[in-house]
Design a protein around this ligand. Structure first.
Ligand SMILES: CCCCCCCCCCCCCC(=O)SCCNC(=O)CCNC(=O)[C@H](O)C(C)(C)COP(=O)(O)OP(=O)(O)OC[C@H]1O[C@@H](n2cnc3c(N)ncnc32)[C@H](O)[C@@H]1OP(=O)(O)O
Length: 234
């Protein structure tokens, strides 16, 4: 008997659906209510126009990607969605701006910077050399068998360590290497804890490490070298 066949009443059904949704990384609201950790907030560029509204739209887009990933829609639904997406593409295309003016990924006062490329990192505490926070990979980031895709994890580490490497007034650096060790399966739809920290800073070279945990279990670890850019270096 499957867990669903075992369900007896409406309360139990809604509990099962809620649990399934959590497992799938569905219906998880973006956490705009959590304040950005104080020293991490020093990176914030205040007053980004429409940033809250844009952030809410990105949160919807994140949920949407999770629903698209999880659904097996009928052909009418697929056709309707394709047409809607095409209409939105045509509406947005004339609004393209140069990179420096785009909002996607540039809203540093929002958790996740207003982008959907990597899951939202919620920084809860930070100092000059450390950041702590949480992340939940939605269904969109599924690799297989409930595990997060192996490529999504270094992307996430680059997001956290890249930002920490350039925090607290440090001049901009770029990732030279980023080594990831997959210690155990990283589960989709589960709140994970993150710690990123400086190991050393010598001349232009900044070595940082990070750890991703599910409860007490270490899911993945990373070490990155970030090299401070010389003036004029892209
Ligand atoms: C506007 C809003 C934006 C918001 C953003 C928010 C945050 C976003 C978060 C996302 C963030 C995302 C961030 C991203 O993803 S950045 C994107 C990914 N990274 C890149 O595209 C970088 C490409 N590479 C380069 O540009 C150059 O190679 C760099 C600049 C890295 C170094 O070239 P450069 O010519 O300048 O320097 P150098 O070659 O003399 O090297 C200098 C020193 O470093 C040592 N070295 C170099 N490489 C390695 C290596 N692989 N292993 C070990 N060591 C290495 C080297 O031996 C030397 O050491 P030493 O001999 O002096 O002892």
């Amino acid at each position: 008997m499957t867990p669903r066949e075992n369900v007896r009443n409406a309360d139990e059904i809604s509990t099962v659906i809620r649990d399934d949704n959590a497992m799938l990384g569905l219906g998880i609201p973006e956490r705009h209510d959590v304040p950005v950790a104080e020293s991490w907030a020093a990176l914030v560029k205040p007053g980004d126009e429409n940033s809250t509204e844009y952030g809410d739209m990105i949160a919807q887009l994140r949920d949407f990607l999770n629903y698209v990933t999880a659904a097996r829609p009928d052909s009418d639904t697929v056709a309707a969605l394709r047409d809607d997406l095409e209409r939105w593409g045509r509406r947005l295309a004339p609004m393209a701006v140069p990179e420096r003016d785009q909002m996607f990924g540039h809203l540093r006062d929002l958790h996740g910077r207003g982008q959907t490329m990597s899951p939202t990192f919620v920084a809860t505490e930070a100092d000059r050399d450390n950041v702590w926070g949480t992340v939940r990979f939605g269904r969109y980031f599924l690799g297989g068998n409930g595990a997060v895709h192996g490529g999504a994890i270094p992307l996430f580490f680059d997001e956290v360590l890249g930002r920490l490497a350039n925090s607290s007034g440090r001049r901009h650096s770029r990732t030279a290497y980023l080594n990831t060790d997959y210690r155990s399966v990283t589960p989709v739809g589960v709140d994970l804890t993150v710690h990123g920290w400086f190991v050393s800073e010598e001349g232009r070279k900044r070595v940082l490490r990070a750890e991703l945990r599910s409860g007490d279990v270490v899911c993945a670890e990373a070490e990155g070298l970030f090299v401070r850019l010389n003036p004029g270096q892209p």
